[in-house]
Design a protein around this ligand. Sequence first.
Ligand SMILES: NC(=O)c1ccc[n+]([C@@H]2O[C@H](COP(=O)([O-])OP(=O)(O)OC[C@H]3O[C@@H](n4cnc5c(N)ncnc54)[C@H](O)[C@@H]3O)[C@@H](O)[C@H]2O)c1
Length: 383
Amino acid sequence: MTRRSIGIIVNGVTGRMGYRQHLVRSLLAIRSAGGVPLADGTTVWPHLVLVGRSEAKLREIAERHGLDDWTTDLTAALARDDVQIYFDAQVTQQREKAIRWAIEAGKHIYTEKPLAEDTAAALDLARAARSAGVRTGVVQDKLFLPGLRKLKRLLDGGFFGQVLSVRGEFGYWVFEGDWQPAQRPSWNYRSADGGGIVVDMFPHWHYVLAELFGEVRAVSATIATHIPRRVDEAGRPYEATADDAAYGIFELAGGVIAQLNSSWCVRVYRDELVEFQVDGTEGSAVAGLRRCRVQHRAVTPKPVWNPDLPATEDFRSQWTEVPDNEDFDNGFKVQWEAFLRHVATGEPFPWDFLAGARGVQLAELGLLSAREGRRVEVPELAL
Ligand SMILES: NC(=O)c1ccc[n+]([C@@H]2O[C@H](COP(=O)([O-])OP(=O)(O)OC[C@H]3O[C@@H](n4cnc5c(N)ncnc54)[C@H](O)[C@@H]3O)[C@@H](O)[C@H]2O)c1
């Protein structure tokens, strides 16, 4: 089988996402599987150029995984003719300028979300990439979660009738860092460093809502910084300046109302770390990361409100599990494979920089709504 090598700069590979999801679970997993097969019988083989700031950390990761191509010099890596793709999983604030360099170097670009810190910058990147004729992609991993794939299947099969509303709960307790270390990087809790749950999660909510239920036409959000002081990775207390919870209402084209709570200050009494309940005229579903359960109109019980008596029904047992019916691979890996096919063959890839800019826009307008205490309409973005 003919194997075609594609050189990929993996920048930010020492980070949580860069290492675990992108390097190990996606790119190395693709290599272990022999590459990405194409329709013409050839295979795309990712050649990885690890890039970061710390020589020691890069060397350690490279050695751990039997890789030998790494550098702390991004400019030199971008100048290489055998590199076709720049991938960015750095902290958000470092992204825009690195992507600009990559566009100037004529590389195709795949990046973590959010694409940039504001809509104007994100759109500008999308325009610059289009002018340069490079292909672009932004991570939209939640679309590939088994739970959401099953939800999409229900929607495509007409299970819900008319969808009325979506309510989502995302979150878990992120430790403050004092008596137990925090499980997320401290920059997430400082506005000046690009942190905040709105910029982190609203880009995800944008594509989940748009792809499943309709484009977001208006947003109303209330945000909070519930935990004002935290302790960082080095044990130093700091002021948490960024929002750590967001309570949002999203009005969608077609009339669906979505309410999504996002919080790093909530203890989990759910089955999964994110769950969406979808109610429609014909049936309802509750989808999480992996599971999806449904209740059809024909089997919907008729509860009667009577707080004087203990609950007589076991409501959870009245739902039916949606079967997998297929093998679900890691969502990051599936999207990487699609992007590599896009670069290699021009196969369509809808999750481009314009899609990424729409996610940034929703975060920006969500913050505006919260700041001004009002509902904000979301204008259509175009290049
Ligand atoms: N798709 C998702 O579900 C998801 C989840 C979490 C984070 N993210 C995104 O991934 C990105 C990285 O997040 P993370 O949680 O992995 O963060 P992290 O702090 O674990 O990693 C950040 C990376 O950026 C590098 N970095 C830090 N400061 C830098 C600087 N000043 N200059 C250059 N590089 C710097 C670090 O060395 C590290 O490699 C963020 O943009 C975040 O929004 C996406």
